[in-house]
Design a protein around this ligand. Structure first.
Ligand code: PLP
Length: 445
């Protein structure tokens, strides 16, 4: 697809249709079951639960059949042997997030992975001076992350209210400034043990610069981990090169692997090699060559697998194989290029023609709080609706636009945030055009 700039965008529906006609990723849409009540409905909520790749059904059924047919012999005798099942995910996962194969593992759920990775990478007082104890997160993080961090720090016998530092956007702003995060990290200096940051903030859709902020944390001797729940399958990540110490993500949002799908984790190569790191271990993290000798001593495999505990949940991993095959075939770079253009078109259509009193002027009571620059956001646009946001949301849905609605967090009655996430694997430019029409009409009503 040709590279377009904002100046090339048009409000014409034919423009959107022409983009679809030129889109060499268009056929991927037919490879998903889209949960649409009416053919014209628009699913812009893949950031919350991605739709089912059609191939997932056969992959799950194969495992049920092999279980029925083989029982325990399926560990080695299934068509895709269960013993090594998770190994099939390494290649596509590594390509997706820009990592080496031995840096990634599919395991557990996201919040569980955060706890396990905190055990290894939150090392309060690793220097032995009793000073390096602080854990930096963002204020207004996804609640599960906040709960995990607070209870984790408390479980280490520390005062979580004192040790967990929250950074917030400036007064009157919605998104974090990277220079503010850098300054906070520098101010914390040698008291900072770990920064845990979002790759893409779930509420605002803001994308942070992983390499830049990881560098800032490392500069003060701290570690840096990333929650990529809204970044995996959305951004073109270069996790290895970012130098991040670790990252974790779930697979049911942009990765379309179904409710409760097996999640993912990244551990940088330099740590994978270090078998002395503290961790909560289980038999699946042991060297596979000696795993079934059932010896007492844990010998971590020199792979991110060394953080996995249990034999993998085959039925929860099968849809991920189906989905990652689609990502692999499309390529995350091409998907990101399409995504960037889709979101730019959606924003352009919603901002209207600024300063002109045409029917295309910006709808009143609607503000886009997601950053404008494409490098500072992923697919999602977050619309701040000033009044009657619940009713507006109901109107969007009634008109066929699936999206979601959240409190704005400011405690202003009637104010809310509606998130729209066009996904390049299965959404079209014409849907972007029509979604903007729905929003405009509902805001006028
Ligand atoms: C979706 C999401 C979660 C959910 O965690 P699970 O453990 O998969 O239920 C956690 N954190 C963030 C930032 C999310 O976006």
């Amino acid at each position: 697809m040709a590279t377009l700039t904002a100046a090339d965008l048009s409000h014409d529906r034919d423009f959107a249709r022409a983009l679809d006609a030129q889109d060499d990723l268009a056929a991927f849409r037919t490879r998903f079951a889209l949960p649409l009540k009416r053919p014209d409905d628009i699913y812009f909520v893949g950031n919350s639960l991605g739709p089912m790749p059609l191939a997932a059904r056969d992959l799950v059924t194969d495992e049920l059949d092999d279980w029925a047919r083989l029982g325990v012999a399926g560990h080695l005798g299934a068509r895709r042997p269960w013993y090594s099942y998770h190994e099939q995910l390494r290649g596509p996962l590594a390509r997706l997030v820009g990592a080496l194969e031995h840096e990634v593992v599919a395991m557990n759920s996201l919040t569980a992975n955060l706890h396990f990775l905190l055990t290894t990478f939150y090392r309060p007082d690793a220097d032995g001076h009793g000073r390096r104890t602080k854990l930096l997160i963002e204020k207004g993080a996804f609640p599960s992350d906040t709960y995990a961090v607070m209870t984790h720090v408390a479980a280490r016998g520390l005062d979580a209210n004192a040790e967990v530092v929250e950074i917030a956007p400036r007064a009157g702003e919605w998104t974090l400034r990277e220079e503010d995060i850098e300054r906070t990290i520098a101010d914390l200096g040698d008291t900072l043990a770990l920064a845990l940051l979002p790759g893409v903030q779930y509420r605002t859709g803001q994308a942070l610069d992983l390499a830049r902020l990881t560098r800032a944390a490392h500069a003060v001797g701290a570690r840096c981990g990333w929650d990529l729940a809204h970044a995996a399958g959305n951004l073109a990540l270069s996790l290895h090169d970012s130098n991040a110490d670790f990252a974790a993500w779930c697979s049911y949002k942009y990765l379309n692997s179904g409710p409760g799908a097996v999640a993912g984790a990244f551990i940088h190569e330099r740590h994978v090699r270090d078998t002395t790191l503290p961790r909560h271990a289980g038999w699946w993290g042991n060297d596979p060559k000696t795993r079934f000798r059932m010896e007492d001593r844990f010998v971590p495999t020199q792979h991110a697998d060394a953080w996995s505990l249990s034999n993998p949940p085959i039925l929860a991993a099968a849809p991920l194989i189906a989905s990652l095959a689609e990502f692999d075939a499309a390529g995350i770079a091409r998907l990101r290029a399409k995504s960037t253009l889709m979101t730019a078109l959606l924003e352009f259509r919603l901002r209207g023609i600024e300063g002109q009193k045409t029917e295309l002027q910006k709808p009143e009571g609607l503000e886009i709080i997601t950053p404008h620059a494409s490098h500072a956001r992923g697919a999602q646009l977050s619309l701040l609706i000033a009044k009657d946001s619940q009713a507006r949301y109901e109107a969007f849905k009634a008109a066929g636009l699936a999206c979601d609605h959240r409190e704005s967090g400011r405690g202003i009655a009637g104010e809310g945030i509606i998130r729209l996430a066009p996904a390049p694997l299965f959404n079209t430019f014409d849907e972007v055009w029509r979604a903007a029409e729905i929003v405009r009409n509902a805001m006028r009503a």
